[in-house]
Write a new protein. Structure first.
Length: 323
């Protein structure tokens, strides 16, 4: 399955000196007492537990003083409840629905977001997804990424959409505003996996899964660029990680963006616009696929949201004023 998750909650604790000489898998229930040993062992095998920033073996002996982190997984689907939340649906039939997700909306419940998510809304709007894994969600957008995603409303559609995503047959194009601006477009071919020390982040790492991102330059400003970005694979935070990796992190990205970057002699309006842009500047603009049941070619486009439009207008105005 192509869907990958990044939890919003990480629990951290320190191994007691009294546990020195014991195996980690036996110590974990003492550190995180709400959870059973079998559950913690399962999470350990999934790579959700780190010891001093590295993913350990369960049989590893501890000495006391090590820092243990536990990345909480999303809540089980059985705990997801229907909620009458309006959904911006741009297309629907008996097998699929295409949603134009606003920024700030979490896709599915997790430890830090038990309700109010897109999944809760789907369960209310489309009761038939109750029997589907993850309420029919086959790919996701980060909370603060806006734009289009497709949801399965039948098992036949879900199975085929997963296959199409894995075969790179679903075309997804994003708009991204980045710090700096590439001279030309290109492809980032760099494997992505969990960050070895920060479990909330992903990173380019030799142990990661293959990841391919294509990008081209749509517009250049004095210190920033507007890119059209296409995904060949679907790793967690892929665009954000890859663009940061090649030196062009997304504007407003709290995890991968680094410090605020400004062009020479910026005016007050530009400074304010960049300082107050409170999410990664990323929008899933276009989605194209063959219908998973009828095989009809379908495509949709999402208008650029107001906050991103205003940011682009300010960047363009700044560039024009310096000519």
């Amino acid at each position: 399955m192509t869907l990958e998750e990044a939890s919003d909650e990480v629990l951290t604790a320190t191994v007691s000196e009294a546990s020195s000489g014991e195996r980690l898998d036996k110590v974990l229930p003492q550190i995180f007492p709400p959870y059973s040993r079998s559950q913690l062992q399962a999470w350990l095998k999934e790579g959700r537990v780190t010891l001093d920033g590295s993913i350990p073996a369960g049989r590893l002996m501890v000495y006391g003083g090590e820092v243990v982190s536990l990345e909480m997984p999303p809540l089980p689907v059985l705990d997801w409840l229907p909620e009458p939340i309006p959904i911006p649906v741009v297309y629907e039939d008996s097998d699929i629905a295409v949603i134009d997700k606003p920024a700030g909306w979490v896709v599915h419940p997790g430890a830090g977001n038990p309700s109010g998510t897109l999944a809760n809304a789907l369960l209310h709007r489309f009761p038939q997804v109750t029997g589907l894994p993850r309420a029919g969600i086959v790919h996701r957008l980060d909370k603060d990424t806006s734009g289009l995603l497709v949801v399965a409303l039948s098992e036949a559609a879900r199975t085929e959409l997963i296959r199409a995503l894995e075969a790179r047959e679903v075309k997804r194009e994003y708009l991204a505003v980045v710090n700096g601006c590439p001279i030309t477009g290109g492809t980032v071919d760099a494997p992505i996996g969990r960050h070895p020390k920060n479990r909330l982040k992903m990173a380019v790492t030799e142990r990661g899964r293959p990841a391919l991102t294509d990008y081209r330059v749509k517009e250049r400003f004095r210190g920033h660029g507007l890119l059209a970005v296409s995904l060949q694979t679907g790793r967690t935070h892929q665009i954000r990680v890859h663009m940061s990796h090649v030196g062009f992190p997304l504007v407003g990205d709290p995890l991968y963006g680094g410090r605020l970057q400004l062009p020479p002699k910026p005016d007050a309006k530009l400074i304010t616009a960049l300082e107050q842009f409170s999410r990664q500047a990323l929008h899933a603009r276009a989605l194209a696929l063959h219908h998973p049941v009828t095989q009809e070619p379908l495509g949709w486009e999402s208008p650029v949201p107001a906050d991103l439009t205003e940011l682009l207008r300010t960047l363009a105005s700044d560039s024009e004023s310096q000519r």
